[in-house]
Write a protein that binds this ligand. Sequence first.
Ligand code: MF3
Ligand code: CO
Length: 247
Amino acid sequence: MIRPKTEAEIALMREPCAIVRDCLAFVGERVKAGMTTKEVDELVYSFITASGAEPSCLGYYGYPASACVSVNEVVVHGIPDDRVLEEGDIVSVDLCAYKNGFHGDGARTFRIGKVSEEKDKLVRVAEECFFRAIDGLKAGTPLYDIGYRVQKHAESNGFSVIRSYTGHGIGREMHEDPAVPNVGRAGTGPRLEANTVLCIEPMIAAGGWRVGIAADGWTAYTLDGKSAAHYENTVLIREDGVEILTL
Ligand code: MF3
Ligand code: CO
């Protein structure tokens, strides 16, 4: 069931979402070649806890870290470890904060030093897919218009859209209804109601969209080994447009 939030609930969600926003900026200013993905996770853990919030991911179905740190061909849910970031890598950092009884969720893909033209464009197009998706979005928009717009922009740029992961509702739980696919047919799906809060998170790949899961049970990687990028915000749907809570 898709349940829109009350104004009181929305007020409580602003803080965890602002912490996610600030944490992503904090990480973006510090992530660099030579750092391990575990060191990135330590930045996230210390920022979130110092903000009086909890990292929602830590312990979620046994997930062992505060952030998902996904390098190059890793699409999402990369478990932080001793992998060293190198010049030319792209790294997606996905994190959630829990405070006031609510979660906020966001992700960015960062470039480490100078990256290839293809990776540079992939990161840019992933962000653009998000902004295309929310352009004109408001109460009454059919849900699958989001996926339609993401898919159209990604594919018209020669990239593919990951199918096996979606965006989602968010609130007292990190994942609530509805699932928000990144592919779809325009004009289909339930019409969004005002005060619905969604995580819209395009995941796109430079090659094919097929992914595998590593032996750790989490790490999702592209089967063809080509890079993937991820960009996510928590978004509030209003009568007349959207408010991005994590930006
Ligand atoms: N932030 C991720 C999401 O969008 C959640 C990852 S769950 C984790 O949906 F536990 F693996 F971190
Ligand atoms: Co999410």
